[in-house]
Ligand binder design. Structure first.
Ligand code: TRP
Length: 494
């Protein structure tokens, strides 16, 4: 571990910083772009009927996500500490109660909970890299890389890979452990030596891969059906409170907001970084990746669908089945029949892995940066302990897929019918992240010293006024309204 000492060294309280604005952007985009874009977004689009969800999602990103993103990064940069301490510092300077740090506290717990199941999911990715990787190796060995993937397996076999993995807790736990160990290793090396380095290498590689796969999908898949599905306008569903809450939750989740994280990363930003501009770049990169992922995944999947089924989906008569299975069942089946399918499948899962890793690292860093100060322990020990606890909770939650599938401890509201795995996802994305984002908006819009905020945000003129309006009025009101109506749709008499 000689190499680790440079990053992990230093006292537990020294504030680290990114080496450049580029590094900040890569790390923040790395956090934002992840399984949320590649797995959760397509699954939510499918479950919420396509176009209406996408439109509402984009509205949420621009009108809520972006102003909150700027608020979080500016709290961090001014507070210069962990998320909780940064909010306390800004509150102290503004003469406000230190209890506002609850905004970051709720978020930090949410990030930690997300990490527990994120790593289980990412473990599946590792498993699929292994499957497609061995297939590529076999194809190269036999000199035939041009054929479909997973040769020698029937469609039923391919469909059985994910259920097979879920029924095999030992393998699933090993994959989960591998992924968590890599995450811990990177975070333990520190902000500069670990998090930044990984982001600066992996994110550009990710962008090259996703561009290649999208172009491939556009030529070989059902691209126009995918466009139709993603952008079909259904005004009625725009008003559906469950669609709205799903879209808000997804926007916050995808931008890593309401989770202490962007406060934490903002604290590593230098004084001369223009936070408004940087936030806009982060949000547009993340949203583009979500849309591009839809344009990469749905054409490939639709191409493999029976025509009658596809028509029903496009007509809104049938939901795209699958949720999480979308990526792990339908897509591998599609790769199986495509030219050079094993290679494309392999590259696809490598790409997802890069995105997942730069996100899981951020999910862990949100609590590590707080705990190492709070308890005055080294980054290495903090990372090992927190990573270990997250591993154990994730391991327990992963039994949701077999022995514990019937264990649905919270059978009400949005939790009904959900095993532990789904409960953690719903609780974080649809309750904790919105609450944390709501508190951040009220804090920055109403409580914190205006001069302090104005000196950090990098905005002037009309844009500044617009941002202030959004953060003072629109964000608090809309988040509250969506939260209440989405959680209690019965209130609206539906
Ligand atoms: N944004 C990531 C994704 O889309 C997940 C993520 C990373 C996250 N850090 C977060 C989500 C903090 C919520 C909070 O996959």
């Amino acid at each position: 571990m000689a190499g680790a000492s440079s990053g992990a060294a230093g006292s537990a309280t020294a504030q680290e910083h990114w080496s450049s604005r580029w590094a900040f952007i890569m790390a923040a985009v790395g956090s934002a772009v992840g399984l949320g874009n590649l797995v959760r977004f397509p699954a939510e689009v499918g479950a919420n009927g396509g176009g209406a969800f996408v439109i509402f999602y984009i509205l949420c990103v621009v009108l809520i996500g972006l102003p909150v993103l700027l608020s979080e990064t500016l709290i961090g940069r001014h507070g210069q500490s962990s998320a909780i301490e940064s909010v306390k510092n800004v509150a102290a300077e503004s003469g406000a109660s230190r209890w506002w740090s609850l905004a970051a506290g709720v978020g930090m717990i949410a990030a930690f909970l997300i990490l527990t199941y994120y790593s289980v999911l990412a473990g599946w990715i590792v498993y699929f890299i292994g499957i497609f990787g061995s297939d590529v190796a076999g194809a190269i060995g036999s000199g035939d890389i041009g054929g479909g993937a997973l040769t020698g397996r029937s469609v039923e076999d391919v469909q059985a890979i994910l259920p097979g993995l879920q029924a095999d807790p030992a393998t699933m736990l090993v994959m989960h452990a591998i992924f968590m160990a890599i995450t811990v290793f990177i975070v333990a090396r520190g902000v500069l030596g670990g998090i930044e380095k990984v982001a600066v290498y992996l994110m550009p590689a990710f962008f090259v891969l996703i561009a290649g796969i999208t172009i491939y999908g556009a030529f070989t898949g059902a691209f126009s059906s995918a466009l139709e599905f993603l952008f079909a306008f259904e005004p009625a569903r725009l008003l559906d409170p469950t669609v709205q809450l799903s879209a808000l939750g997804q926007a916050l989740f995808s931008l890593s907001l309401g989770s202490a994280l962007m406060i934490t990363y903002g604290a590593y930003a230098s004084r001369d970084t223009n936070l408004a501009k940087t936030s806009a770049q982060i949000a547009s990169a993340d949203t583009s990746v979500a849309i591009i992922a839809g344009l990469a995944i749905f054409p490939i999947m639709f191409a493999a669908m029976a025509p009658g089924v596809l028509d029903a989906v496009l007509a809104g008569e049938e939901e795209v089945q699958g949720g999480l299975g979308l990526l792990f069942i339908n897509l591998p089946v599609a790769f199986q029949s495509m030219p050079a399918g094993s290679l494309i499948g392999f590259l696809f899962f490598i790409m997802v892995f890069f995105a997942a890793l730069t996100s899981s690292v951020s999910l862990l860093e949100a609590s590590v940066s707080w705990a190492k100060r709070r308890f005055g322990v080294s980054r290495l020990s903090t990372t090992l302990v927190l990573g270990g606890i997250a591993f154990l909770i994730g391991a327990w939650a992963s039994f949701s897929f077999n022995s514990q599938a019937e264990f649905q401890p919270l059978d009400f509201l949005i939790f009904s019918g959900q095993p532990v795995f789904g409960i953690i996802d719903e609780l974080t994305a649809k309750i904790m992240l919105p609450i944390s984002a709501l508190l951040v908006a009220i804090f920055v819009g109403w409580v914190a010293d205006k001069r302090l905020i104005d000196s950090e945000n990098g905005l002037d003129g009309g844009l500044h006024k617009f941002w202030r309006f959004l953060i003072r009025w629109l964000c608090p009101l809309v988040i509250t309204a969506i939260l209440v109506s989405g959680l209690f749709p019965g209130l609206l008499g539906q």
